[in-house]
Design a protein around this ligand. Sequence first.
Ligand code: GN1
Ligand code: MG
Length: 363
Amino acid sequence: MKTQQELAAIAGKFAIEGNITDIKPLGNGLINDTFKVSTDGADSYVLQRINNAIFQDVELLQHNIEAVTAHIRRKLEAAGEKDIKRKVLHFVPLKDGSKTYWTDGETFWRISVFIPDALTFEAVTPEYSYFAGKAFGNFEAMLADIPDTLGETIPDFHNMELRARQLREAVATDKAGRMAEPKVREMVENLYAYEEEMTKAERLFREGKLPKRICHCDTKVNNMMFDKDGNVLCVIDLDTLMPSFVFSDFGDFLRTAANFTAEDDPDTSKVGFNMEIFKAFTKGYIESAKVFLTPIERENLPFAACLFPYMQCVRFFADYINGDTYYKIKYPAHNWDRTLNQWTLFKSAEAKLGEMKAYIESL
Ligand code: GN1
Ligand code: MG
């Protein structure tokens, strides 16, 4: 852990304005370390240590983010948007203007302007979900004509075939000796039974039936900023921006927002898929994404709502079996509780597939 002085020294390498008055931890991210840097100037800032064990190509990562934020900024300007500062993230370059990240060769840091008077939520109402659906559809629509080529910051990030393979490897290696637990072996069987069905998108892609588009790929509900009246300001946490299936953004939002409880609630009796949130989000999403969605994409949105709890279950579970090396954990069984939670959510969503399909057809 860095001291306040060390953090201030790192923040000071960037072209920020004013003197730093305070630095404190911010948010609930599971990957990067995030701090709020207050100053006596007009702006506060967000300082982040990029987890470069996970994001190994920081140059590419920042290239993607700069390309996307610049593209959105141009669109907002062209549309006469007045509140650009709150509508798109702005990364501050180093004092010499060279890059938007600083590294000592081991750790990587970046800074963006803190969005003032904005709120994030761990849970949302149907009304907010509708706005979020519109916003994510809009976000993807805005990126449809980006001239830059974006790379995959985590190759095959949402590739279910890869995630399934990683689970099989974790099971075979059994690094932490957790395969001895009967509940673990039972979960392995549960997940394997759905592997064929859940890897459908990759097959459709190979058959040329499903496109990849620039997606956000981490549309957890807490990665969206709202103003105090519930309007969506902007989408944050842009590290996983990359070409993917639209299922990523649609599915991952619902995985978090449509769960009746948090993704790590150990009380699975509270877990379930909330159709009111599904309906509101889907309505908003389709309204703004209909300009580009193909029939195959649209008809598979309910599949996406099941795929993401399943994929996240596989990811948390593989990390549990591997001895908790990827996600931050707060207690030893944290990844197991997350696994069980996401499995329960997956089963609940699966039971509502018919209802989801009917709703989309009714729109
Ligand atoms: C991670 O960084 P954070 O907490 O927003 C993860 C997502 C998972 C999520 C589960 C790069 O997101 O893919 O869905 O945790 N990000 C990465 O909460 O793996
Ligand atoms: Mg986040």
